[in-house]
Design a protein around this ligand. Structure first.
Ligand SMILES: [Zn+2]
Length: 415
């Protein structure tokens, strides 16, 4: 691979949103050729828990029995000299209501959703609530759920999916990973309670309150119940908070103890255990969580490299802070040779800042793992073609291999 010339431009595209018929695929390939794309990342698993082709491991997304856009894309791109690296959303695995969406989100009679066949493969948050019962907000029915990176069975499942993809489409040029991380964020709701002077007699700090989002087209018992903890209360304001932090399931806690030799004391609830871990064993806990995600990358890299394909990942830009939060130690993946190139999502920054960040990444990973800077275009950040050239010049001056454009849908009218 020493003589390989790394393409300068790559682009993400969403098979489901961008391709409705074969003509759309051809238009995309023509555009890619004109715009100088060397690599395309078509999304084949889009955080829905379904796949855009028939699989033994996950349901077939609705419509993909009738046609096979990935097959057409591979043929057309290769005829045009463009590489295809299917984009695989790894841990975000769709709605908790997926089992109720047979015939609506996925083909009738296809492989059952993991939400039904393996509910134990999903994460548990720091309140001790399983993600299928307490998902996070997402588009469409129900809420989003995450697979548990700390479960060996999940990592085996990911390896099987990727192995199957490589056998069904042996001419792919690589695999591109996304959402290869834990979820980690906090939501805060501030409620004005000035007109409820006696609220303090009804609720107290520490209470869990529920907000329900109903679904008109599904039975009432499948409404989404979002819960929040009351963390502050005054005569004018009630503060509701929820932290989306993972994974505190029994098996993760047991394995952490076993593998690190750190004994977690008996505490009244999962929230107390989470607090104890972050206060009393933060370094070990951070390292152990990062290790789970790295082991998942390792599990996927095995079949990808055995098939002589390249593995890449879309990663958060703010390294190393992200090792503590989402447990994504992508610099370690690059250094270990698991990644063949990295795509930090440097979205919404000026060109100079992207250049600066690229220089930092290249210093961290060296020359064995080329870096592509992700450049976002949307209504809030409406870059033009000339501005893109400025990003490319600065990325290149700072040692980057090129840029990856997010995404076809927003860049297609501009370049
Ligand atoms: Zn777990």
């Amino acid at each position: 691979m020493a003589s390989y010339d790394w393409p300068r431009r790559a682009v993400w595209l969403d098979i489901a949103a961008d391709f409705k018929r074969p003509q759309d695929v051809r238009e995309f390939v023509n555009w890619s050729r004109r715009a100088g794309m060397g690599i395309v990342f078509p999304c084949i698993a889009h955080a829905t828990g379904t796949l855009c082709y028939e699989s033994e491991y996950a349901p077939t997304a609705l419509g993909y029995r009738e046609w096979n856009p990935l097959r057409i894309l591979l043929d057309e791109c290769h005829a045009a000299g463009i590489e295809v690296h299917p984009w695989f959303v790894v841990f975000c695995w769709g709605s908790n209501l997926l089992p109720y969406l047979e015939g609506k989100a996925y083909e009738i009679g296809s492989t059952p959703p993991l939400q039904r066949s393996h509910p134990d493969w999903f994460t548990t948050d720091l309140y001790g609530r399983h993600t299928l019962e307490a998902p996070s907000l997402g588009p469409g029915p129900g809420g989003l759920t995450m697979l548990d990176p700390g479960k060996v069975e999940v990592r085996q499942f990911l390896r099987h999916v990727v192995t199957e993809l490589l056998s069904k489409y042996p001419d792919v040029d690589g695999i591109h990973l996304d959402y290869i991380r834990y979820e980690d964020y906090r939501c805060t709701l501030r409620l004005d309670v000035t007109d409820a002077p006696d609220i303090g007699r009804r609720i107290k700090v520490g209470d869990i309150l529920y907000i329900t989002r109903p679904h008109s087209d599904l039975p009432g018992e499948q409404d989404l119940d979002l819960f929040y903890e009351l963390t502050a209360l005054s005569t004018s304001e009630a503060v509701l908070e929820r932290q989306y932090r993972y994974c505190y399931c029994d098996s993760c806690l047991a394995r952490f103890s076993q593998e690190t030799g750190i004994r977690i004391p008996d505490l009244p609830d999962t929230h107390s255990v989470a607090r104890w871990l972050w206060e009393e064993a933060p370094e070990a806990w951070v390292r152990w969580r990062a290790q789970q995600v790295t082991d998942a990358v390792r599990s996927i890299a095995g079949p990808v490299h055995a098939a002589h394909k390249r593995l890449s990942a879309a990663v958060f830009w703010n390294y190393p802070a992200i090792v503590r939060t989402i447990a994504q130690d992508w610099v370690e993946w690059a250094r270990e040779g698991l990644l063949d190139f990295a795509v930090p999502m440097t979205y919404g920054f000026a060109a100079e800042r992207v250049g600066e960040l690229t220089r930092g990444y290249v210093q961290l990973v060296g020359t064995d793992c080329p870096v592509y800077a992700g450049v976002l275009r949307n209504d809030g950040y409406p870059l033009g073609g000339e501005e893109l050239q400025r990003y490319e010049a600065l990325v290149s001056e700072n040692g980057g291999a090129g840029v990856a454009l997010f995404c076809y849908g927003t860049w297609r009218g501009v370049i």
